[in-house]
Design a binder for this molecule. Structure first.
Ligand SMILES: [Zn+2]
Length: 326
């Protein structure tokens, strides 16, 4: 478990080479030592690495399949964060179990919460807590350009001498996010309107649904902390049967136990539901693969969702790099 919990990205891995070497930092091409950056989620680490380029060594704390809502810092995470030049966290209470640690770290280290600067009016309300917001903003690539710009500013401030290179890299990365957004609009529009329902393990896809006109239903709430009760499962089985929903989706960072119960419940009521595929909700895929990058993660999700719900998609996604349709 501890092996999959921590990983580091290298520039080479970001460029989606087939190499799976466990390189711990980007090989610096310049003489100066690279800026030591720690990022909590893979999505933030991906942006920091792509934008910082050869000037940064990025360590991402949460690897594939890791649930940020319940993740607690390990001893080596603490060492890495207290030694880093810059610590990039998500904020919006995503890393709920690490909040106290961040508060303490802020007194000693440069900690930037990249999603906290999104204007409140652009955030979705939290279903349960009145004073909190849905933190899953990376699910809308257009909205994610905001936090990515915060990463750019934080890196430029820490390395003014590399600001020009950072600006060029950020522009390229943001252009990819815009392409993802355009691709999503194009292929998701081919899903027949009654099929535009996304049923997943927990409520991570609210921003996705808002951006692309999908109704989103999570078995669990916005956090994975609450357990779904039997009543909830029964209500959702009824929804599947009544609406004749053909496919539901499992998530890489949440157990699929509830989803299997739903599929069985619907089958018992005479309605066949397929598992449409596995989506990356709160963590990216395996480092060193396309799905292990933010663009690959989102390309995968969009392509799987559109294909499973009756839309038309290119066989290997937006960039032709996905492993293949499931
Ligand atoms: Zn989540």
């Amino acid at each position: 478990m501890s092996l999959t919990r921590r990983y580091s990205l290298s520039r080479r891995q970001f460029l989606a080479s087939a190499s799976a070497l466990p390189i711990l930092s980007a090989a610096p091409l310049r003489a100066a030592a690279p800026l030591q950056v720690v990022a909590t989620t893979g999505m933030i680490a991906d942006a920091a690495l792509a934008i910082g380029g050869t000037s940064v060594a990025v360590r991402g704390l949460m690897g594939p399949g890791v649930d940020p809502h319940s993740y607690r810092q390990t001893r080596s995470d603490i060492v890495a964060m207290t030694r880093a030049n810059l610590v990039l966290v998500h904020g919006l209470y995503l890393e709920a179990q690490m909040e106290d640690f961040f508060e303490d770290l802020r007194r000693r280290r440069n900690v930037v919460a990249v999603a906290e600067e999104i204007p409140r009016a652009e955030l979705r309300a939290h279903a349960t807590y009145q004073d909190k917001f849905d933190p899953h903003v990376w699910m809308d690539p257009a909205l994610w350009t905001g936090p990515v710009s915060v990463v750019q500013r934080a890196l430029s401030a820490a390395m003014p001498e590399a600001a020009e290179e950072i600006a060029v890299n950020a522009e390229r990365y943001i252009a990819t996010l815009r392409r993802l957004d355009a691709y999503a609009r194009e292929v998701l529009l081919t899903v027949p309107e009654p099929e535009r329902v996304l049923l997943t393990a927990h409520d991570a896809f609210g921003y996705f649904g808002r951006a692309y006109g999908f109704e989103v239903v999570g078995i669990q709430g916005i956090s994975t902390e609450s357990e779904a009760g039997l009543n909830r499962i029964r209500d959702l089985v009824r929804l599947l049967v009544d609406r004749r929903i053909g496919a539901v989706f499992v998530e890489s960072s949440v157990s699929d136990r509830n989803m299997r119960a739903l599929v069985e419940g619907a089958a018992a009521a005479g309605h066949q539901v397929r598992i449409g595929g596995e989506l990356f909700s709160d963590a990216m895929g395996v480092p060193g693969t396309y799905e292990g990058t933010y663009p690959g993660m989102i390309d995968h999700n969009i392509t799987i969702i559109a294909a499973a719900l009756g839309g038309k998609v290119p066989p290997r996604g937006m960039a032709g790099l996905l492993k293949g349709s499931s």
